[in-house]
Design a protein around this ligand. Structure first.
Ligand SMILES: Cc1ncc(COP(=O)(O)O)c(C=O)c1O
Length: 396
């Protein structure tokens, strides 16, 4: 039967990692892969995580199964961090631990399809390349609208308004809660208010993807939009990832939160999530979520984690400032947030940066600003200018 399969194209990022690793040049800069890197270019295990792992090792006395909802304490302790003082939503949030934010997105997509197979998912373009395949794989229709004006690096709010206006009641609207991937362009607070109002007025269901909380402006600041949305609508989904803000990437740590109208509907949603998880992965992996729970249970470890998160964010925003100061054409990078900005390069330009300057970014021109050191800003700008990547855009 396998002869009927078509070979799938390899993931572009994996090819980029391979090419970077085998590049023998002394000075090479990896702006490709989407992980945080420190001033030594490493992606270290956080100290708070190491300490929690030590406690876990010493205290865990069984590996028996968790239920399909995973580590309940983990999802419960995350809620005040994400939703703030959640009394407003008391009893109305169903939560289930998932394998990473990806698992949360897929499970949420399955829930939407179970509830309303006709719902279309409205997605701003560009978006994280895995979004559309995840929702399509769950059998949902995708409708794309414009999100960013390439030349000005600004939100195309007319495009967003048109997308919302075309949506039918019951459709789902995918929103990046903060630190947009791949552009770093986030909505202003006024824009968020308008979006929240339109969602409520038109009976659209927001699906917030919150994968970078704390890496933009701070934990509360990065959750502001998510909280506003949940206060404004009756029903919402939030796919959360701890893989970036706890540096737990390979441990696959996430959670899906679903706001329902009342206690009965929340219980119904929870039973559906558990049933959907049961046939997907049965139960999520324990380790990473247990580590996060152990941190969140201990004020001293919370303080340690917050300090480490603050320093990651400050480094990212310091790199943004260094790029902006190195060339006025990159001034926009300073105002963007999270790991990514998108220089909207052509494929040959991205290849020239790689081949002639040992600077690696994706073919679409997405750069991971955490992959550089502030001292690299001059070399990056010189390469971008030499390859004609920013001269035109500066004028635009
Ligand atoms: C916008 C966005 N959502 C979700 C995810 C998924 O995160 P995880 O690694 O936890 O599955 C990512 C990861 O890159 C992302 O960028």
């Amino acid at each position: 039967m396998f002869e009927a399969l078509n070979t799938q194209p390899p993931d572009g990022l994996l090819g980029l990692i391979k090419a970077f690793n085998s590049d023998g040049r002394a000075r090479k800069i990896d702006l490709g892969v989407g992980v945080y890197r420190d001033a030594e270019g490493r992606t270290p295990v956080l100290k708070a995580v190491k300490e929690a792992e030590r406690i876990l090792l010493e205290t865990q006395d069984s590996k028996k199964y968790l239920g399909p909802e995973g580590d309940i304490g983990f999802s419960a302790l995350l809620q005040p961090i994400i939703f703030g003082n959640g009394e407003r939503f008391a009893g109305r949030i169903a939560a289930l631990q998932t394998p990473g934010g990806t698992g949360a997105l897929r499970l949420g997509a399955e829930l939407v399809r179970s509830a309303n197979a006709k719902a279309a998912v409205r997605v701003g373009a560009p978006t994280w390349p895995n979004h559309v395949p995840i929702f399509s794989a769950a059998g949902l229709k995708i409708e794309a609208h414009r999100f960013v004006v390439l030349a000005s690096q600004a939100v195309d709010f007319d495009g967003v308004r048109q997308g919302l206006a075309k949506a039918n009641p019951g459709d789902v609207v995918l929103l990046h809660g903060c630190c947009h991937n791949p552009t770093g362009v986030d909505f202003s607070r006024d824009q968020w208010r308008e979006i929240a109002g339109a969602l409520a007025a038109r009976n659209l269901t927001p699906f917030v993807d919150l994968a970078y909380q704390g890496l933009g402006d701070g934990l509360d600041e990065d959750a502001w939009a998510t909280r506003l949305i949940l206060e404004t609508v009756d029903e919402a989904l939030v796919a959360y990832s701890c893989d970036k803000n706890f540096g737990l990437y390979r441990d696959r740590v996430g959670s899906l939160f679903v706001l329902a109208r009342d206690l009965d509907e929340t219980a119904k949603v929870m039973s559906n999530l558990a049933a959907l998880a049961r046939v997907a992965w049965s139960m999520p992996p324990d380790h990473g979520a247990a580590v996060v729970r152990i941190i969140l249970e201990r004020p001293a470890l919370v303080a340690m984690w917050r300090e480490e998160l603050d320093s990651m964010r400050e480094r990212i925003n310091g790199n943004r400032a260094a790029l902006a100061e190195a060339d006025p054409a990159l001034a926009f990078v300073r105002n963007q947030r999270g790991l990514f900005s998108n220089l909207f390069l052509s494929k040959p330009q991205a290849a020239a940066l790689r081949d002639r300057h040992a600077i690696y970014c994706t073919d679409s021109g997405r750069i991971n600003v955490a992959g550089m050191q502030p001292a690299d800003a001059g070399a990056i700008v010189a390469a971008l200018r030499a390859e004609g990547c920013i001269a035109d855009k500066a004028a635009a």
